[in-house]
Design a protein around this ligand. Sequence first.
Ligand SMILES: [Fe+2]
Ligand SMILES: [Fe+2]
Length: 145
Amino acid sequence: MPVQDDAIDLLDEDHRNVERLFQQYKAAHDQSHKRTLAQQICQELTVHTRIEDEVFYPAFRQATGDQQMVQHSQKEHREAMDLVHRIEAAQVDDKLMLDLEDAILHHVNDEREKMFPEARKAKGLDLQQLAQQLQARKAELMAHA
Ligand SMILES: [Fe+2]
Ligand SMILES: [Fe+2]
C-alpha cells in the first residue's frame, strides 16, 4: 500500500500553499489580480482554520491534554479571521494583507515548531485516520465556499 500523507502533511501543504499565494500577492501589480489573490487567500485560510478547529485541534487536545496549546492556537485563529473579514470587506488593502501575512507566518511557525512535533509524539493520535477526516471536511467546505 502506498504511504499516504498524514494529517500533519496535509495541514502543512495548506500552509505552504498559502505562503506561496502571499508571495504572488506581493509580486502582483494589477488591482484585479491582487483582488483575486486576496480572495483566494481568505478562502483557503477560512477553510484551513475551520478544519483545524473542528477536526485537528479537538483530536490533539484529547490525545495530549494540552489545553493551553489549543487555546493559544484558537486565539491566533480568531485574530487571523478578524483580519480575513476586514480584507473581504475591503477592495484591495496592502496593509491589511501584510498584517495577515505576519499573523499567519507566526501562527504557522508555532504549529510547525510546537504543536506538530507534540502531535507526532502523542500516543493514541491516529494521524492517518485524521487525514481522511480533514480531507473529507475540507472537500465539503470547499464545495460550499
Ligand atoms: Fe492553525
Ligand atoms: Fe495550520
